[in-house]
Design a binder for this molecule. Sequence first.
Ligand code: FES
Ligand code: FES
Length: 180
Amino acid sequence: MPHNTAPHASRCTQGVTGATVGPGAAAIRLEVNGIVRALAVLPSETLAEVLRERLALTGTKIACDRGACSSCTVWVDGAPVCSCMVLAIEVDGHRVTSIEGLAGEALHPVQSAFIEHDAIQCGFCTPGLVMSCVALLESHPHPTEEEVKAAIGGHLCRCGTYPHVIAAVLDVARKGKRSP
Ligand code: FES
Ligand code: FES
């Protein structure tokens, strides 16, 4: 069971207001990485699909597309969610942060630490892992190893980078640098 599927999304046809939408496209307005976007989306489109296919934010990766791997993790209102499990209509009026919105000119310290600690192999799971790790450090600046493990518990890394990811997060926590 992934740790971060909230807000839970079934393939329903209700927006956050509870109003019935569809079957055609519905107008939504959301903030993505600090930019307000107005879009017309089908009720069946997931947040992951909209980020990748409509906004060209392809840093968010879709692997299982069913809430089982957390590769597609982004933040909604600052909290990690599996974006393949969230319908775009559900984030109408919300704030979304994807991996592209995390760093500025420089990499985020967690991204740099992933490089330093060799926590990236094929890299497919990396954006989602980084989003969860940064969220953890935002709420727990000095996590224990167990807390790091819990925070990444829903992430599947087929390359087995877990020990390196944990080392990277603990290193960032030790150095105390949490923003680019
Ligand atoms: S792609 Fe979303 S959880 Fe696997
Ligand atoms: S680095 Fe390859 S899946 Fe994690």
